[in-house]
Design a binder for this molecule. Structure first.
Ligand code: GLU
Length: 465
């Protein structure tokens, strides 16, 4: 390693990476809330780190100080925690500005970065001229011809430069993408990217590379909208004397209708949560969406982690369907043991097991608590009053147990001649206040003898009253 490279290596690096350890990062800008697309990127990085016994970092890309807020940073942390993907460590770019400065100095000294002064209007005009001549609208590098005297004159006039990174056919620009396979960019077809603005603020491109080096990021997994950035960033890694991480670019998500819908971009974690979606359902769907593996109603992360491979991701746009998520959520709930939900509801284990197959959300399950321990509504047909009185009388003579419902309905049927719906529905309505739900043979003992008798009598009395 040359002296320069040594000076560049951050002492923080050792904290983050033992040699050859897998380290991934999720790098949102705290300028908004996470949406489903970001959540998927976070999940892919989280799954990869978990699968390989590595570390998963949260990097807050907050160099845009005007738009970044602590409230959004906090919301991102809270969303990740709720999603069950809390990071192993967090870094913020705003704490690391000196590192970007050092990297730019190094790039400039080696001729990989240069100063330029064109205004957006000038650049726009030049692009128009190029296009009119049938030329690609690539920055013409006029600033490379500026002399030190030119720079001094600009400084004297109070004009500050912005900085561009000089792309080169001699720097690496091809990589073996973990999802897309052999990939490359053509450096000659792109404008040298602006990396620092005249006001000293940083654009995304270079800080991300500096962070990936300093944090020992081994794998960068992100959306395919970053493919061109990867080609550019590969050049930056090389110019900084660093080995680049491996890169994988996932195809983007589309809405159920196949379009890159606005709805998808605005569908936030809070919406999913409000709709009663379990974090596990989010992980189960997004881990498999757009892959060659089926979406499965798993009851833990283990199968998601074990079977996760970036190579399973396809090149086609994956479709995210809220209805599929809701259905998966229900299927997962139907299998979850009480221990997995006990901290979020007041149902006992027996009550949970009785109702879980009939609910699509935890809130729906919790609503059954009133049936077991509270008041029920429901307005049975007044014509059933005598029938319900009879039911109460029969139930009084029975011991409560798993066979009670069978005995009650058999006796009632024998006494009244009722069968089927006419026999069962008035009882279900009176006892639960609902016209559908789990097997009454299971519910009745959970409602209990006293409560069941009171409900039958209250409903019977309704008519007389
Ligand atoms: N802040 C960037 C973004 O959200 C990070 C991209 C990256 O993963 O490097 O698009």
């Amino acid at each position: 390693m040359r002296a320069g490279a040594q000076a560049f290596a951050s002492p923080a690096r050792a904290d983050y990476r033992a040699p050859s350890m897998v380290v991934t990062r999720f790098a949102p800008s705290p300028t908004g809330l996470l949406h489903v697309g970001n959540v998927r990127t976070a999940l892919l990085n989280w799954l990869f780190a978990r699968k390989h016994g590595g570390r998963f970092l949260l990097r807050l890309d907050d160099t845009d100080t005007a738009r970044s807020t602590e409230a959004f940073a906090e919301a991102i942390r809270a969303d990740l925690a709720w999603l069950g993907m809390a990071p192993d460590a967090e870094v913020r770019q705003s704490d690391r500005l000196a590192r970007y400065e050092a990297a730019l100095e190094r790039l400039a000294a080696a001729g990989h970065a240069y100063r330029a002064y064109e205004t957006p209007e000038e650049l726009d005009l030049r692009r128009k001229v190029q296009l009119a001549r049938g030329l690609p609208p690539v920055y013409d590098r006029a600033a490379l011809r500026l002399t030190e005297e030119d720079h001094a004159r600009h400084a004297a006039e109070g004009r500050r430069p912005h900085w561009r990174f000089r792309l080169s056919p001699d720097l690496p620009h091809a990589w073996d993408d973990l999802v897309r396979g052999p990939s490359h960019i053509d450096p000659a077809s792109l404008s040298d990217p602006v990396i620092r603005r005249a006001d000293g603020s940083w654009l995304y491109m270079l800080p991300s590379v500096v962070d990936d080096i300093d944090m020992g990021i081994s794998h960068v997994i992100r959306g395919e909208d970053h493919v061109t950035n990867t080609g550019i960033q590969l050049q930056m890694f090389a110019a900084l004397g660093a080995r680049p991480p491996a890169f994988g670019h996932a195809a983007l998500l589309a809405g159920a209708d196949g379009a890159l819908s606005k709805r998808l971009g605005s569908l936030g974690v809070a919406d999913l949560r409000a709709r009663g979606i379990e974090p596990l359902a989010v992980r189960a769907l997004l881990a498999r969406l757009g892959t060659s593996l089926p979406v499965e109603p798993v009851t833990s992360d283990a199968p998601l982690i074990e079977r996760f491979e970036l190579a399973h991701l396809g090149r086609a746009t994956a479709r995210f369907d809220e209805a599929e998520l809701a259905a998966l959520n229900a299927k997962i709930l139907h299998q979850l043991p009480h221990a997995a939900v006990a901290d979020r509801l007041t149902l006992s284990e027996a009550e949970w097991l009785a109702v879980r197959a009939n609910v699509a959300t935890i809130a729906e399950a919790e609503a059954w608590k009133a049936v077991f321990a509270g008041e029920v509504g429901g307005a049975p047909d007044p014509a059933d009053a005598a029938f319900l009185e009879r039911a109460a009388r029969i139930l009084e003579g029975l011991e409560m147990g798993p066979g009670t419902w069978g005995e009650l309905t058999a006796s009632l049927s024998a006494e009244t001649g009722r069968r089927g719906r006419a026999l069962f529905m008035p009882l279900r309505l009176a006892l639960t206040g609902r016209d559908h739900g789990p097997d009454m043979a299971v519910l009745l003992p959970l409602i209990g003898r006293e409560r069941a008798l009171a409900r039958l009598r209250a409903q019977a009395a309704n008519r007389s009253g």
